[in-house]
Design a protein around this ligand. Structure first.
Ligand SMILES: [Zn+2]
Length: 288
């Protein structure tokens, strides 16, 4: 469970408060949370999505990954002695690229930004000053990058974005997805086979790679110099971008282990990260 077993925190009046049982912040009372958190505490907020992932995966795929792997990372970091706490995950986020598919439940960019800003305002009312979005859905990244600066500028929070780090198959650990294995493909399907095998129907797993885009130099699906506006039905009627046919739970377990190892190291670096060198003012003031 948590690494707090030895840490009975004292309240401001000096009386001992019960030892928190876990690193789920919302399991504490308000006073216990206020006493447990310090300006060095790091709050981790997983962001998932509820969206179509093809006929073989559940709508909750991205939420399951963010929620379960994010929890693994926080528990491992806490066991490692880090002052890190888990916030409840956001399930509904920005999935408008899958708007056409029944079952997708999405917020507009405006609604999600307002939501994240409101949560940031509430975090800023606690002693904690650091929030880390642990993201499981690529469609959230651009907006969360905007939100990082909003929360810093408005509330003076130290803000960070990382995530499950799912990458597509490159031909060595599964099929070569040519950089397109981003949605319902090898890694995500393997991960859900590992986390929730009861929710996967491999008899419906297929390969959906846009072969006509593989050789383009500039206009790339992800990470290329020229971005393009896309919706997931551009790549076929299944709404999948990737190759799920070779997915397996062992690869999912390997990815999970890597994600936890990486996440713990990232949180440790985040905890010691400072915007300005020691002794120099950060040149920053919250808007207030
Ligand atoms: Zn996904």
């Amino acid at each position: 469970m948590s690494g707090l077993d030895d840490a009975t925190r004292a309240s401001s009046s000096g009386s001992a408060l019960p030892t928190p049982r876990s690193r789920d912040l919302i399991e504490l009372s308000g006073p216990a949370a206020a006493a447990a958190l310090t300006e060095d505490s790091v709050l981790v907020l997983p962001t998932g999505a509820i969206e179509h992932h093809g006929p073989h995966l559940p709508l909750a795929t991205d939420w399951l990954m963010a929620d379960l792997i994010g929890r693994s990372v926080v528990e491992a970091a806490a066991a490692d002695g880090q002052d890190v706490w888990l916030l409840p995950s956001l399930a509904y986020t920005k999935s408008d690229e899958h708007h056409w598919a029944p079952g997708t439940m999405w917020l507009t960019a405006e609604t999600l930004l307002h939501t994240v800003v409101d949560i940031g305002r509430s975090i800023a009312a606690t002693p904690a000053r650091t929030v880390v979005f642990y993201n499981g859905h690529g469609g959230n990244i651009a907006l969360l990058q905007v939100a990082l600066r909003e929360l810093r500028r408005r509330f003076g929070l130290r803000t960070f974005l990382t995530g499950t780090g799912m990458t597509g198959g490159d031909g060595t650990n599964g099929p070569d997805e040519h950089g397109f294995g981003v949605h319902g493909g090898h890694s995500e399907t393997s991960m859900i086979l590992h986390l929730r095998p009861d929710l996967v129907d491999m008899s419906k797993a297929e390969r959906w790679i846009p072969d006509h885009m593989i050789d383009l130099d500039y206009v790339k699906f992800n990470g290329g110099p020229v971005h393009f506006g896309w919706t997931s039905d551009d790549f076929g009627p299944a709404g999948v971008v990737g190759d799920a046919t070779g997915a397996n739970a062992a690869w999912g377990a390997e990815l999970h282990e890597r994600a936890v190892r990486t996440g713990v190291a990232q949180l440790a670096e985040i905890a010691r990260f400072r915007h300005a060198p020691a002794g120099r003012p950060a040149g920053f003031r919250a808007e207030g």
